[in-house]
Design a protein around this ligand. Structure first.
Ligand SMILES: Nc1ncnc2c1ncn2[C@@H]1O[C@H](COP(=O)(O)OP(=O)(O)OP(=O)(O)O)[C@@H](O)[C@H]1O
Ligand SMILES: [Mg+2]
Length: 160
């Protein structure tokens, strides 16, 4: 499913729509270049998960993993600075990935193994993938792909 966002506000709305439809244990993988809008989208997802609007969400580039109290616990991870498998494995992500919270990962490109690009590290199977493409200064193309077990209804992904 594709959507065009024309502003950071629309990106927040798209994220909010997705956040409202997430279920315990969901994993969101965000792909896209520097400044694509991964953190902006994450803020919207957090609002959709009923995190207080005043909660400040910043890219956890230095802290690596942030936790926020939404209607479900939210774990926000940024893999930008991690390069080796050892570094990624040392985060202990299994604990959050297989928890009843929501895990949101920026720079999910780093989870693709170079030998087998169709496979993701840490044995991630069920997930929602969001690809963000920069079209212009203010436009972004969002593509959503879901890899979820059959009984699960599709997550929302619309401009409200
Ligand atoms: N349609 C849009 N959606 C989201 N952000 C936009 C849009 N148009 C312009 N922007 C700008 O793009 C930037 C997106 O920043 P953001 O921190 O969300 O990107 P990021 O993908 O998380 O980058 P990084 O890889 O550094 O973590 C902001 O400065 C924002 O104002
Ligand atoms: Mg970011």
């Amino acid at each position: 499913m594709k959507n065009i966002s024309n502003s950071p506000e629309e990106t927040l709305q798209l994220g909010k729509s997705l956040g409202g439809s997430l279920e315990a244990g969901d994993i969101i993988l965000l792909f896209g270049d520097l400044g694509a809008g991964k953190t902006c989208f994450t803020q919207g997802v957090c609002h959709g998960l009923e995190l207080d609007k005043n909660f400040y969400i910043r890219s956890p580039t230095f802290t690596l993993i942030n936790e926020y109290p939404g209607r479900l616990p939210i774990y926000h991870i940024d893999l930008y600075r991690l390069d080796t498998l050892e570094e990624i494995y040392s985060l202990g992500l299994e604990e959050v990935l297989y928890s009843q919270g929501i895990t949101i990962i920026e720079w999910a490109e780093k989870l693709r193994s170079s030998q087998k690009p169709e496979q993701l590290l840490l044995n991630i199977q069920d997930r929602i993938e969001i690809n963000i493409k920069i079209i212009s200064d203010s436009q972004r193309e969002f593509t959503l792909n879901t890899f979820l077990p059959a009984p699960r209804s599709s997550p929302d992904f619309t401009l409200l």
